[in-house]
Design a protein around this ligand. Structure first.
Ligand code: PGA
Length: 243
């Protein structure tokens, strides 16, 4: 069985959310976490059986934070997971490791698990520095956390160059490449922090490549963007990951 996490980004309108809830198979809710846009968290929590995660949390401790949602509010709502360190936020919102540490600490205090994203750009891949880059992303954050905080983390390895490429087969890593980096991440975390964490793969996971990806035993599941709002495609993926 593989864990399936849907990162629905800003793809949906309210009618899409209701249609998705109505028409995806609730049989696979146990190994699936849906991370809807924050304005639809309540809709999913009230109307679906899915385990619910948020796509973001405030990095600030203060309550004077216009437009932000904090960890205590997420906990109060019933959110169990939060995505932290997604490359889109690292790039667009300029989130750095210090902000990510704050987020993870506040999530941990509220018993919310972190889905921590790491991954190299095309440039690092071409330079052959993927492992150095990913190792640094982990080190900068994990060195500031306690063992107890690290234990509540799932890592998602998402090469930036493989995100949102659609169905182009050449735009995703090979199974060997994924396996190599995921192995490195698991060993790195185990050696340095004495914790064994789940590591997921993310980046253009879809109906066409899921069976090939499922051949990688060491990968514990997937973080899925675009395909997570396509109800037939996502239902197929959930089913293929349930066994
Ligand atoms: P994608 O997105 O599946 O559309 O590539 C993955 C992600 O950004 O988490």
């Amino acid at each position: 069985m593989k864990l399936v996490i849907g990162n629905q980004k800003a793809y949906q309108l309210k009618s899409d959310v209701l249609d998705f809830i109505e028409n995806t198979k609730s049989d696979y809710c146990k190994n699936t976490i849906i991370c809807p846009n924050s304005i639809y968290l309540t809709t999913y929590l009230e109307k679906s059986n899915y385990i619910i995660g948020s796509q973001n949390v405030s990095f600030l401790d203060s309550l004077n934070t216009t437009g932000e949602v904090n960890a205590k509010q997420l906990k109060d709502l019933g959110v169990s997971y939060t995505i932290v360190g997604h490359s889109e936020r690292r790039i667009n919102q300029k989130e750095d490791s210090e902000m990510l540490v704050n987020k993870i600490k506040m999530l941990s205090q509220n018993n919310i698990n972190t889905i921590f994203c790491v991954g190299e750009s095309r440039e690092e891949k071409n330079n052959g520095t993927t492992k150095d880059y990913v190792g640094k992303e982990i080190l900068e954050v994990f060195d500031c956390l306690t063992k107890d905080e690290i234990e509540k983390i799932i890592i998602a390895y998402e090469p930036i160059w493989a995100i949102s490429t659609g169905n182009l087969p050449s735009a995703t890593p090979t199974n060997e490449e994924i396996s190599d980096v995921v192995c490195y991440i698991k060993d790195f975390v185990k050696d340095k922090y004495e914790v064994e964490l789940k590591v997921l793969y993310g980046g253009s996971v879809n109906q066409k490549n899921i069976d090939t990806l499922n051949e990688i035993d060491i990968v514990d599941g997937y973080l899925i963007g675009g395909a997570s709002v396509k109800k037939e495609e996502f239902s197929y993926i959930m089913e293929r990951c349930a066994n």
